[in-house]
Design a protein around this ligand. Sequence first.
Ligand code: NAD
Length: 258
Amino acid sequence: MYSIDLSGKKAVVFGVANHRSIAWAIARILHEAGAGIAIAYQNERLRGGVAKLVEPWGDTMLVECDVSSDENVAVAFEKIGEAFGSIDIIVHSIAFANRDDLGGKFMLTEREGFRLALDISAYSLVSIARHASPLMIENGGSIITLTFQAANRVFPGYNIMGTAKAALENEVRQLASDFGEDNVRVNAISAGPLDTLSSRVISDYRDMKRIHAERSPMKRNITAEEVAKTALYLCSDLSSGVTGEIIHVDTGYSIMGI
Ligand code: NAD
């Protein structure tokens, strides 16, 4: 428990698949800080697991939202608007690419795999921000997303997801500009490797994680809780002057040249 008080704030968290999801660590810390939480999960298959996770919290809003369609996003925000009235915090913790596009030569990425990865992993933030906008601009708020250093540098195996993260980071700056005068801040956390459903399908993930621990200044990997703590800062008034930023939570790995 940290001494940041988010009571009275309402947060929508996208991207909880299971207890390992980064979104779950963030949802937990926001809940502990007193925020009301709605969890937007991808599909019916995940609903039971997500419901079990939030069971100890009592009544928590669960809303299905596959972000591959704008209509789904619109319907989800309609339901959230009816329940919450307004929203203070959005957590976007979503990514997807075909397994075949997360390994081998990047040049072999085909048009459909490229489209799919960019659509789900990058465009979804634009769609979510647009549909959340009417519920956020009156009181201001914070939107955060999750990125990875492969946006800027080559991580073999990360392939098309690096391209998607580069697009996502650009969106963070453009959305921060769009929303600036409404006092809605938009930032990203660039996290180091963490064992989750998504990272497991990256072909060189194990090496990536080992090398990260060996070469980062702090000589270890990060924890999901460390990402959540930075999310808490970005969602709170402590970061009131921060927008359009990509904050690294990576035990310093990204600063090293060799
Ligand atoms: P995860 O698999 O737990 O989360 C990914 C989420 O995306 C899942 O909840 C999944 O349901 C959701 N999703 C995928 N397609 C969707 C769709 N069409 N509609 C709605 N939701 C959809 O894995 P994670 O590692 O917690 O990933 C969360 C975010 O963190 C991703 O953006 C990922 O790229 C980023 N990230 C992860 C790491 C890592 O090492 N795990 C490092 C840096 C950044």
